[in-house]
Design a protein around this ligand. Sequence first.
Ligand SMILES: C[S@@+](CC[C@H](N)C(=O)[O-])C[C@H]1O[C@@H](n2cnc3c(N)ncnc32)[C@H](O)[C@@H]1O
Length: 230
Amino acid sequence: MTTTPKDSQIKSKQRVAERGEVFTAEREVNAMLDLVANECLRPDSRFLEPACGDGNFLAAILKRKLAELRRKYKKSAHDYEKQAIVAIGSLYGVDIMNDNVEACRQRLYAIWDEEYTAHCKTEASDETRQAVKFIIARNIINGNALTLMCVDSEGNDIDAPIVFSEWTLISGCQMQRSDYTMADLLLHNDRTQSDGMNSLFALTEDEKEEGGIFLRRYITHYKKVQDYGD
Ligand SMILES: C[S@@+](CC[C@H](N)C(=O)[O-])C[C@H]1O[C@@H](n2cnc3c(N)ncnc32)[C@H](O)[C@@H]1O
């Protein structure tokens, strides 16, 4: 597994023709992220890449967030770990191609894990690594961003809507997961004229429940988010 930049922006002519798959070069990614530079530093600032490919934007944002955490939490591996979990939980992606989704998940995990070891001077525990893998698997979804449905290995819609989990550190080490369909999130975004996932997830609890968009919720230690099923 590698986190070095890729040379080619194209995998095959067929994929370009069928799926419009042309990856954004690192220089352009960073130029665009510079426009929202401060948001890329906050661990809890949420980003969605709706046709994420193997995650060029998400990988660059994660690196920026983790670099900021390294600077901020030089002396506390515990605080670094907690906030680094918040950071990975803030990144969402959808892609119709299964291999891109797998590559994106592995890439984000490799960045997270390598940064952890470099900063904390020790490897993350198995439990923490499982939590990170679980969050990435939930946030990076094999789906169709136009129909808002999950897809099969051929890219055909299946009878399951795209569902995103909101991960929120509510106190100490307690993390809350709340699930919403992407369709509902976008609908509420339109209605509230809001400016992205942050403001959408920032609806009050009453508003979320009144809107009937809330699907599932639990609270647990951030290292145990994977212990409650899928
Ligand atoms: C132009 S590439 C961009 C990839 C990445 N965002 C980047 O900037 O490097 C477009 C991506 O959209 C994906 N894609 C095409 N149609 C899609 C759809 N309906 N839903 C989700 N992803 C789609 C392709 O598989 C491809 O990875």
